[in-house]
Design a protein. Structure first.
Length: 94
């Protein structure tokens, strides 16, 4: 996804990628400039993984829709995702 030149919508819901996948997603989001919509719902993202995603989102200004439903995240990483600096048009967080 880092070197993606055409993908605009990516649904990775229910993949269970947990910590390793979360860290990879954070790195990919940091450099991606084409993705507009991302669904990470139901992936058992741990606190450290949510932090990695939040850090990647701080450098991403193209993602407009983010779905992270049903993660059971604690308050800190959840707030990090919501205030990451990315100009979301829609944020689905339940």
């Amino acid at each position: 996804m880092q070197e993606n030149y055409g993908l605009r919508v990516l649904n990775l819901a229910m993949n269970g990628f947990a910590q390793d996948g979360s860290e990879a997603m954070g790195k990919a989001l940091k450099n991606n400039r084409t993705l507009l919509e991302l669904d990470l719902s139901h992936n058992r993202i741990p606190e450290a993984g949510a932090t990695a995603i939040s850090q990647g989102l701080q450098h991403n200004d193209t993602l407009k829709i983010l779905r992270v439903s049903t993660q059971h995240l604690e308050a800190y990483p959840a707030e990090g995702i919501m205030v990451s600096g990315s100009p979301f048009l829609e944020l689905f967080f339940t």
